[in-house]
Design a protein around this ligand. Structure first.
Ligand SMILES: NC(=O)c1ccc[n+]([C@@H]2O[C@H](COP(=O)([O-])OP(=O)(O)OC[C@H]3O[C@@H](n4cnc5c(N)ncnc54)[C@H](O)[C@@H]3O)[C@@H](O)[C@H]2O)c1
Length: 313
């Protein structure tokens, strides 16, 4: 019996929920949002889609967080999305307040859930949620960049995407790094023949901004990729994915993506097997992320003191 809670059913929440239910591996889902009628009307849409496929998944649609109970996995997409031209990091304070609030409520009814963060800036939001909830939280991190990278190489070199391997790590966003030592095309290391590393790196960083500018939001790509993360946790598939899980670094619990085995528990990480240059670039990206995280936390910490949360590891 697998129960998955969706906290926030806006654009990305709906897309992930749709992909998850249509994949047929969940028994019950919760749709929660603060907008009146939104979860309920989304439930109708989902039931119509499920009817044509003969899928039977129980749905609880609600505006009350207390109705979300006993979930195995909680997927958080609640909060503000960025507008064209904004960085994901610009969303920190507003969305961190949402995470602090959810962290104080969700664990009561869902003590054994794995919490999957999607809201941006996703790695820092996972760290904030974990800090205030004390629950294991993962960020979907760079699995999205990983698939963007593979799809671009496949298209440009005219090879099937299944013949492209490799991972992107670091922060989801500005400091994502292509881990070139892991990239293989038709089983061979990536060679700059007809496509340069720089072109791939630029595509991975630029394409989400272009999609947000043109379509208003990224949905179908991350929606499907994040469904696969949820599936790997729910079914204990043990797929290797580039997601971010909690790690202590310079005295702070932070989330930075690296290739790791994803199942009901997360790990082991494949980082020790990476080429030296890839490990160095990952560490550099981690150092930059921790600086940004600390700078942002300064704004949240005065509020944190007045609310006196328990600092969780
Ligand atoms: N990690 C990724 O790969 C990825 C991909 C796409 C979007 N995102 C992020 O996901 C977030 C949502 O994006 P979107 O396009 O769905 O935005 P959206 O505005 O369409 O949906 C956000 C939803 O969150 C709800 N919400 C706000 N506060 C809430 C609360 N306290 N409790 C419950 N629900 C609440 C809103 O009512 C809304 O329905 C953004 O931060 C966006 O940047 C991340």
């Amino acid at each position: 019996m697998t129960k998955v809670g969706f906290i926030g059913v806006g654009r990305i929440g709906q897309t992930i929920a749709y992909s998850t239910v249509m994949d047929g591996f969940v028994d019950e889902v919760f749709f929660y949002d603060i907008i009146n009628e939104l979860p309920e009307k989304f439930e109708h849409e989902m039931r119509h889609a499920m009817a044509t496929r003969g899928i039977k998944t129980e749905i609880v649609a609600t505006n009350s967080l207390g109705d979300v109970k006993g979930a195995d996995i909680i997927v958080i997409t609640a909060g503000r999305p960025r507008k064209p031209g904004m960085s994901r990091r610009d969303l920190f304070l507003e969305n961190a307040r949402v995470m602090r609030d959810l962290a104080s409520q969700l664990p009561k009814g869902n003590p054994n859930a794995v919490y999957v963060m999607v809201t941006n800036p996703v790695d820092m939001m996972a760290s904030v949620f974990q800090r205030f909830s004390g629950r294991t939280t993962i960020s979907t991190g760079d699995q999205v960049e990983t698939m963007r990278m593979r799809s671009f190489i496949a298209k440009r070199l005219g090879v099937p995407v299944r013949e492209v391997e490799g991972f992107v790590g670091g922060e989801h966003g500005e400091d994502a790094v292509v881990l070139w030592g892991t990239v293989r095309v038709r089983g061979e290391p990536f060679r700059e023949e007809g496509l340069s590393r720089r072109e791939v790196e630029e595509y991975v960083k630029m394409i989400p901004d272009e999609i947000v500018r043109t379509l208003g939001a990224t949905t179908w790509g991350p929606g499907t990729i994040i469904k696969d993360v949820i599936r790997s946790v729910a079914l204990n598939e043990g797929r290797v994915m580039s997601i971010a899980f909690p790690r202590e670094f310079q005295g702070e619990v932070i989330h930075v993506s690296e290739p790791v085995v994803v199942g009901r528990s997360i790990g082991p990480s494949l980082a020790p097997l990476l080429a030296e240059e890839d490990r160095r670039r990952l560490e550099e990206a981690t150092g930059k992320l921790i600086e940004v995280f600390r700078a942002n936390l300064k704004y949240l910490v005065p509020e944190e003191r007045s609310l006196s949360p328990s600092r969780a590891m």
